[in-house]
Design a protein around this ligand. Sequence first.
Ligand SMILES: CSC[C@@H](O)[C@@H](O)C(=O)COP(=O)(O)O
Length: 355
Amino acid sequence: MAGCQIDKSVIRPIRFFNGKAQMLDQRLLPAEEVWLNYNTYEEVAEAIRSMVVRGAPAIGVAAAIGVWFGVRDIETESTEEFYAEMEKICDVLAATRPTAVNLFWALERMKRFAHANLDRTVLELKIGLEYEALAITQEDEKLCIQLGKQGEGLIPDGARVLTHCNAGALATAGYGTALGVIRAAVDAGKKISVLADETRPFNQGSRLTAWELKKDNIPVTLICDNMAGYLMSKGEIDCVIVGADRIAANGDVANKIGTYTVAVLAKAHKIPFYVAAPMSTVDLSLSDGSLIPIEERDAREITHLKDIQLAPEGIEVRNPAFDVTPNELVTAIITERGVAEGNYQQELAALANKR
Ligand SMILES: CSC[C@@H](O)[C@@H](O)C(=O)COP(=O)(O)O
């Protein structure tokens, strides 16, 4: 049977046009599809912090738009003063979520643009920065489509693919990274089915991955996080593909908490474990994964389900939002510029220099 048809145009979690932005409130999916309006950088910072928008590439896109909202409202004719104010705005946005490096990548790109154009007028800088934010948004979806094409050959026809968290259209400007590879495999005519880990505690798998794959008519089956090992032992999973929040120079991968567990299980069952991420997620400044900052989130994400109490009052809780999968557990890293396999140190550096 040929793969099912996809309407690629439908899911884009951030709308940015005519100087206005809207974001799909991912905290409410799948029950409600609510679009929120954004006008200031403080509002955008709060949207990132509270996970209205989430997923490393989408966080970067939102941050770039946030910077533009901030600089648009700066009142000065001096480009030096303008740049100093812009740095303060970037600092506020940078303080929202520490692990996803795309956030810092996007802020740096916006600052680099401004710094390189300080000989222009403040009005020209503002116009240029709006275009830069728009370019970051549009490029992100294009990169995901390229990344999907780079990776789809690794997914065999008929594969039952496990994924963890949501590395889909919702986590990017559109199309997705890990789910982009799956979309590209389906587009290539392969019959693919997906197993989605529910991904406690924020349930990106059950709420978001299941929602967007269903919307695209890609067969998806939801499982609890603790079921993957059993299904692997029964031969019901052919490969794993996940996204990443930050990849160190040696190929160690920070991704949603639970990814490391899945990678260990995949190794034990001799199942390929693929990571799909744009080059903006690769942080060559960090030699290995131990240097990646890991966000600890509010205990309430674990002790409560909305207002329902799931644990005793006052219980001690740990809530690291990400873990690090060591490079030896990663079969390949798929980027928009090519696939790295084996010596990640060399291959990621080579991809970084490739245009
Ligand atoms: C293409 S998104 C890749 C990662 O950002 C994704 O797997 C993930 O861990 C998202 O975490 P989140 O806490 O939902 O922002």
